[in-house]
Design a binder for this molecule. Structure first.
Ligand code: EPS
Length: 353
């Protein structure tokens, strides 16, 4: 078993390595008739792409997506949809120096322990390049959910390092800055922080939140098919994810029952500490998920590490790395939200019609 497939009824299999010839995915289970165009997918991909600002990796990929299967006259045919994107700007020489070394904090070590071989160029399959295909597949799910139920999914940067960035929620400003920051007043502070961080050569973590509105009640199955469990699994499958919260999440620890319970009135729920999910099933409230991303482990600042012979070596990573992967994570968490919700709608229909 190699587990490159995600979802049960809306199944996405991704393939490809960061420095290989191409990356791609196969989407099995897309309802026939969905109108989709490469341009629509590309618009989503551009939000996630590297090189949009000086605060991300400067690798420049065109991310021109080809739909090579399951598509006719602009619509999904119901057969497997295959998407393909060529890698055009990989610079593998940056990785020569670490090809026999394990970057501390990176999957290099565990890939080696597991497989006994690794594509060291760009981290191979462990690269965040893989998330391109999640966003591509997510574009289809997102569109279908919007057309079927009016589901709207929006992510945002909630914290970058020490800087809390969502104390003001100006929804209209999220797409207008390279951080997906909802608080316009924080953008200059983020710029300043990131410029200093980049100069220092270090990296930093981030928290990225996502909300899905107009989610129908009833998605998710009790016990082993909980919607929140699948969302947590989906978010944790993103590169560098280290924690997930649903609704109040870990803040629930210090809450009392009278505060946490979301009182219900004829006008609706009064609060949403549950994050839109009760007993693993969507309640019809907004579904709210928060994901923590660790600091990037590829750093030009030297550190102690091991090579494949077990010798201690000094490790310096060259290349075009993101000083904060969380900056580009917003479209990815949105895509994972869309993929999980769509899968659960189809699962719900399969049982309940
Ligand atoms: C990545 C390292 C960098 C990023 C890459 C993710 O790649 P490279 O070493 O080839 O320059 O550019 O991100 C993308 C290419 C992308 O499309 O997201 C990593 O180690 O995860």
């Amino acid at each position: 078993m190699s587990f490159n497939t995600f979802g049960l009824m809306f199944r996405v299999t991704t393939f490809g390595e960061s420095h290989g010839p191409a990356i791609g995915c196969v989407i099995d289970g897309c309802p026939p008739g969905l109108e989709i165009s490469p341009q629509e997918i590309k618009e989503e991909l551009e939000r996630r792409a590297t090189g949009r600002s000086r605060h991300t990796s400067q690798r420049r990929e065109q991310d021109d997506v080809q739909i090579v299967s399951g598509w006719f006259d602009g619509r999904a045919t119901g057969t497997p949809i295959a998407l393909l994107i060529e890698n055009t700007d990989a610079r593998s020489r940056d990785y020569e120096q670490i090809k026999r070394q394990f970057r501390p904090g990176h999957a290099d070590y565990t890939y080696w322990k597991k497989y006994g071989i690794r594509d060291y160029r760009g981290g191979g399959r462990s690269s965040a390049r893989e998330t391109t295909m999640r966003v591509a597949a997510g574009a289809l799910a997102r569109k279908w959910l919007r057309l079927e139920f009016g589901v709207e999914i929006q992510g945002w940067l909630a914290q970058l390092g020490p800087l809390r960035t969502d104390e003001v929620m100006d929804w209209d400003s999220i797409e207008g800055n390279p951080f997906f920051c909802p608080h316009p007043g924080m953008v200059p502070k983020l710029e300043e922080f990131m410029d200093a961080l980049r100069k220092s050569g270090d990296s930093v973590g981030a928290r990225v939140n996502v909300i899905a509105r107009n989610v129908p009640a009833g998605l998710g199955a009790p016990v082993y098919g909980k919607l929140d469990a699948d969302l947590a699994s989906a978010m944790m499958s993103i590169n560098a994810a280290k924690g997930v919260e649903i609704g109040a999440g870990f803040a629930s620890v210090s809450q009392q029952g009278t505060e946490h319970r979301d009182e219900m009135t004829k006008e609706g729920f009064l609060t949403n500490h549950a994050g839109g999910i009760l007993g693993g099933i969507s309640s019809g409230q907004d579904v709210v998920v928060s994901t923590a991303f660790k600091p990037t482990s590829s750093l030009r600042l030297p550190c102690r590490g091991l090579d494949i012979d077990g010798e201690e070596v000094e490790i310096v990573t060259k290349g075009r790395h993101d000083p904060c992967v969380g900056i580009r994570a917003t479209p990815i968490v949105e895509a994972m939200m869309a993929l999980v919700l769509m899968d659960h709608v189809l699962r719900h229909r399969a049982q309940s019609g």
